[in-house]
Design a protein around this ligand. Structure first.
Ligand SMILES: C[S@@+](CC[C@H](N)C(=O)[O-])C[C@H]1O[C@@H](n2cnc3c(N)ncnc32)[C@H](O)[C@@H]1O
Length: 250
């Protein structure tokens, strides 16, 4: 009997359905963040092909919403794998847009059968039915809200807060006993990233994962935070998506 397609081919097909080649998972980044040898991340990566219908649905909804490009977040499958590997009780993210990062966290928590995603987003609303030349693809089409591409199946239990992170995040975080994973993908300024990192700091535990996208705009804020925790920064390839793992001796 002929062997079926390899795992690599099935992951590539899932990425193709999502519509952005950047989403091929980076094993080195994942194993570095988790502090395990690359072979240990394979079981989580082996689950990625099961997300192919989600990928197809996201692409279809994005295209129907006038978005040529699938996402504002390049590493959805690593988010899925991190949440599967660490089985957090609480994930916090800022910056939802159409919901690509959110839905990959939600898919992992659903499979874990435990944990809650708390998301904070101040949606920018697109002015008219067509995305204007000066409008950002992160804006939300008229009549829709943050997470507009997330299929209903994944929304159960999702704790979404609409508002400025500056106002909403402290209240959300105060109500939680711990933060297992934090993703910053909202307002990319050094001061704002520092504000978010300092807000979550008291709820981090050994092994918590902290991620920040678009750090080309946030200066020294993330490396400084890593230094204060005496841990290293893991960069995803040559991109400005970075992360760290909170050490045992926090
Ligand atoms: C890059 S997009 C997020 C992309 C998302 N993580 C994804 O996977 O598609 C940034 C989002 O942050 C929102 N945002 C910008 N400034 C914010 C703030 N101060 N507080 C909360 N959300 C903010 C934007 O409106 C937008 O929805």
């Amino acid at each position: 009997m002929a062997a079926g397609p390899s795992l690599e081919a099935r992951i590539a097909e899932t990425v193709r359905q999502l519509g952005d080649a950047r989403a091929v998972p980076n094993r080195r980044w994942l194993s570095g963040l988790l502090g395990v040898p690359p072979a240990k991340v394979e079981p989580w990566l082996a689950e990625i092909p099961s997300l192919v219908s989600l990928a197809r649905s996201l692409r279809k909804t994005h295209l129907a919403g006038g978005r040529r490009f699938y996402a504002q977040f390049r590493a959805p499958y690593e988010l899925y794998a991190l949440a599967r590997a660490t089985r957090p009780d609480h994930i916090v993210e800022t910056g939802v847009s159409s919901g690509v990062s959110s839905v990959h966290f939600l898919a992992a928590l659903r499979r874990n059968r435990r944990g809650t995603l708390h998301s904070v987003d101040l949606p920018q609303v697109q002015a008219s039915a067509e995305l204007g030349p000066r409008e950002s693809e992160v804006s939300v089409p008229p009549g829709r809200s943050s997470g507009w591409a997330i299929p209903p199946l994944y929304r159960k239990g999702w704790d979404l807060h609409l508002g400025r992170s500056e106002e909403v995040l402290p209240t959300v975080v105060r109500s939680l006993p711990s933060v297992g994973i934090f993703l910053h993908d909202s307002r990319h300024t050094p001061a704002h990233l520092t504000f978010e990192l300092e807000t979550i700091r008291p709820k981090l535990r050994p092994g918590s994962i902290v991620l920040a996208d678009n750090t080309q705009w946030t200066g020294d804020a993330f490396p400084r935070f890593a230094r204060s925790l005496r841990t290293r920064v893991w960069r995803r390839g040559h991109s400005d998506l970075v992360g760290l793992r909170v050490p045992e001796s926090i």
